[in-house]
Design a protein around this ligand. Structure first.
Ligand code: ARG
Length: 459
């Protein structure tokens, strides 16, 4: 048991207590950031004359060696140490003796861990953003290819009006674009350096906090040392953004599962992204989409867990905050995995255009446009609605689509109908007459696609 703080204690820590308290099993994840932070701290101590140049150089070189040894596997991170900070410092002292003991001058583990977690998360925010961007590229590619692929749009999971696959995909494009904007916002707010906050009240050494902040790529130092060691808002914001990404991925997965079902057959998930059944030879299951939908729960869990952990903590640092790590790491890894897999599944998915088109045709999705046809010929909308309702009933009975009716049949319901009704209620007309911004009409869709292509090129 290697601890940094035995001095004022008269007894050894009980083994169970030690294990309960230790965090090395999970905070070893940011060994790199811990060393990076220590190097910046030492460089600043040297610049301020708190350490000599020789000490600064020795400590920096030894920290580099420790990093290299960990990466090459020569030095194992074991649970002999309480946490990653103790591991690095103990190894430094092993290598440099008394000089190594000077590293922690003007620093507390409280500002150290606040820094490490921020550095680690900051990089993850960027990686998450890259993965969402890749997904957006794939979605936009599908949009560009399918501005004429007609499918039914749904409300209440009942066929409503015809749209295009480009339009449906475009809805997800907007959602994931907002997810990226959220990640960018969070980055802007979190990118301030807590190092130099000390345990809670700063320090009496003449630290240059601007300098360490700059060395570590932050916009500047945090402005209150108590807040610096106890702020976990940025994690809550990030988990909230991750939970929202999962909510979007989960909705999308649900649609893919429905579209891939035997009843719908709108899409076919590639064999590489499907799984079989151990007993039913005919099965090809959408397990990846189901798992993405399922894993949403644990990401929500991480958010609620941290919100709950933080809600009763008095200022400043309290050990409760060690609980900010495990579920956050799990949530980050889960979301990154889901984004990558979902993107791959989408990129390889086959869209059955014929089936989609037929489904739109046979779901009375042009009933609104048929009513509009009557309105355009002088029939009041309420009457038109009633007439088309009767036509729908008639068609259901005869198992035909509205446009399958002969003009004589149309005229039985209203003598306003003429030959041009067929063109007025064709799927193409229904879609392409919808030209307001954001609507599925081809010309409107192409405008949006051009804007989104520009956005992706520039961001
Ligand atoms: N493992 C601790 C954490 O994650 C590091 C900070 C310890 N500070 C302390 N005062 N015990 O929060």
């Amino acid at each position: 048991m290697a601890q940094l703080w035995g001095g004022r204690f008269t007894k050894e820590t009980d083994k169970l207590v030690y294990n309960f308290n230790a965090s090395i099993s999970f905070d070893q994840k940011f060994y790199k950031q811990d060393i990076e932070g220590s190097k910046a701290h030492v460089a600043m101590l040297g610049k301020q004359g708190i350490l000599t140049q020789d000490e600064t150089q020795q400590i920096t070189a030894a920290l580099d060696e420790i990093l290299a040894d960990v990466e090459s596997g020569k030095l194992a991170i074991t649970d002999e140490y309480e946490d990653i900070h103790s591991f690095v410092e103990a190894n430094l002292i092993d290598r440099l003796g008394d000089t190594g003991k000077k590293l922690h001058t003007g620093r507390s583990r409280n500002d150290q861990v606040a820094l490490d977690m921020r550095l680690y998360t900051r990089a993850e925010v960027k990686e998450t953003d890259e993965l969402v961007k890749k997904l957006l590229e794939t979605i936009l590619g599908i949009m560009e290819e399918h501005t004429e692929t007609i499918m039914p749009g749904f409300t209440h999971l009942q066929k409503a009006q015809p749209i295009t696959l480009a339009h449906h995909m475009g809805a997800y494009f907007e959602m994931f674009k907002r997810d990226r904007l959220r990640l960018h916002d969070i980055y802007e707010r979190m990118n301030y350096c807590p190092l130099g906050s000390g345990a809670l009240a700063g320090t009496t050494y003449p630290l240059d906090r601007d300098y360490t902040a700059e060395l570590l790529g932050f916009y500047g130092p945090t402005l209150n040392s108590m807040d610096g060691v106890s702020d976990r808002d940025y994690l809550i914001e990030y988990l909230s953004a991750l939970a929202t990404i999962m909510m979007h991925l989960s909705r999308f997965s649900e649609e893919v599962i429905i579209w891939n079902s035997n009843e719908y057959q709108f899409v076919e998930i590639d064999d590489a992204y499907s799984t079989g059944s151990s007993i039913m030879p005919q099965k090809k299951n959408p397990d990846i989409a189901e798992l993405v939908r399922g894993k949403t729960g644990r990401v929500y869990g991480a958010l609620v867990s941290l919100l709950t952990t933080m809600k009763g903590i008095p200022l400043a640092y309290n050990k409760d905050m060690q609980e900010d790590k495990e579920l956050t790491f799990d949530a980050i890894d889960t979301v990154k995995g889901c984004l990558a897999l979902f993107e791959g599944m989408l990129a390889t998915m086959k869209f059955n255009k014929e089936v989609m088109r037929k489904s739109a045709n046979h779901g009375f999705t042009n009933a609104t446009d048929a009513a509009d046809y009557l309105v355009n010929h002088g029939v009041p909308f309420r009457d038109a609605h009633g007439i088309i309702g009767q036509i729908v009933l008639y068609c259901i009975d005869k198992k035909i689509a509205i446009d399958d009716m002969s003009i004589e049949e149309f005229k039985q319901f209203s003598d306003v109908f003429e030959q041009d009704v067929y063109d007025a209620i064709s799927m193409e007309t229904c879609v392409n007459k919808r030209l307001t911004i954001g609507a599925p009409g081809k010309a409107a869709m192409e405008n949006v696609i051009a804007l989104e292509r520009k956005y992706l090129n520039e961001n």
